[in-house]
Ligand binder design. Structure first.
Ligand SMILES: NC(=O)c1ccc[n+]([C@@H]2O[C@H](COP(=O)([O-])OP(=O)(O)OC[C@H]3O[C@@H](n4cnc5c(N)ncnc54)[C@H](OP(=O)(O)O)[C@@H]3O)[C@@H](O)[C@H]2O)c1
Length: 227
């Protein structure tokens, strides 16, 4: 069976990805900041291995890549993300608040992707999936005062558009998805989708991806989104 690697797999969408792929018989490499006391993630049955990986820590990334020992990965899912402070006016945006959100949402996915590219090249599916957001869309989004989170996801989309072009010759496709508005700690209880619904759709959309989709920004149902 294919192998999927998920960052931020201890809760929210990452946990649901791990549950569904494991239930489907995939080999799951589930990573999280703190692998001790992972709660529900530790109870998932199937072919699943849990590793510690703080996506903001280059030493952690290096250790993790070394622990994988060249293992092939079919689908790499850059899921870990943070929202940062609630909407603030321009006058209240601070460097201290903005920096870790940009680092986690826009920069770390590239550092993870480039570190694991040799593993993904060995896989049969050759896919790097990034969990972006419709909030990244300059054309469609309509959330004023969301400077920090929105700019981080717009930056993620641009970073991955560049990376898709840079690594095109490897045959690895790089695709960004909006998961929908989902009931997680980040999405809150009023979100329109459950994690089960979002990830069921996302997995079906991921399953249909081919190299022709590299560089795209897609909704969870696989339809294209405006940049
Ligand atoms: N929920 C939505 O409606 C929605 C909509 C659009 C996009 N998204 C995106 O979907 C992704 C998952 O979101 P979610 O709703 O599942 O959020 P969540 O419930 O807040 O979970 C976020 C996950 O990211 C992990 N994480 C954060 N910083 C990390 C780091 N430095 N190293 C490793 N893991 C880290 C968290 O780990 P800890 O437990 O250690 O903090 C947690 O596992 C995010 O990229 C988010 O931006 C979500």
């Amino acid at each position: 069976m294919p192998t999927v690697l998920i960052t931020g797999a201890n809760r929210g969408l990452g946990l649901e990805f791990a549950k569904q792929y494991a239930a489907d018989g995939w080999s799951v490499i589930a990573t999280c900041r703190n692998p001790i006391g992972v709660g529900e993630l530790g109870t998932i049955e199937g072919d699943i291995a849990v590793y510690g990986l703080d996506v903001l820590d280059q030493n952690s990334i290096d250790r993790f890549v070394s622990d994988l020992d060249g293992r092939a990965i079919d689908v790499l899912i850059n899921n870990a993300g943070v929202y940062g402070p609630k909407p603030v006016k321009a006058a209240d945006v601070t460097m201290k608040d903005w920096t870790p959100v940009m680092q986690t949402n826009a920069m770390a996915p590239l550092f993870i992707a480039r570190a694991l590219l040799p593993n993904v090249e060995k896989g049969a599916r050759k896919l790097i999936v990034n969990i972006s957001s419709i909030m990244a869309s300059i054309e469609q989004g309509s959330a004023p005062s969301e400077y920090i989170y929105r700019s981080s996801k717009t930056a993620l989309n641009m970073v991955m558009a560049c990376y898709a072009q840079e690594i095109a010759e490897t045959g690895v496709a790089v695709v960004n998805f909006h998961p929908g508005w989902v009931q997680t700690d980040m999405g809150g209880p009023n979100a329109t989708l459950t994690p089960t619904e979002s990830i069921t759709h996302l997995r079906a959309s991921i399953e249909k991806l081919g190299f022709d989709d590299t560089g795209k920004f897609l909704n969870y149902d696989g339809s294209p989104l405006p940049w």
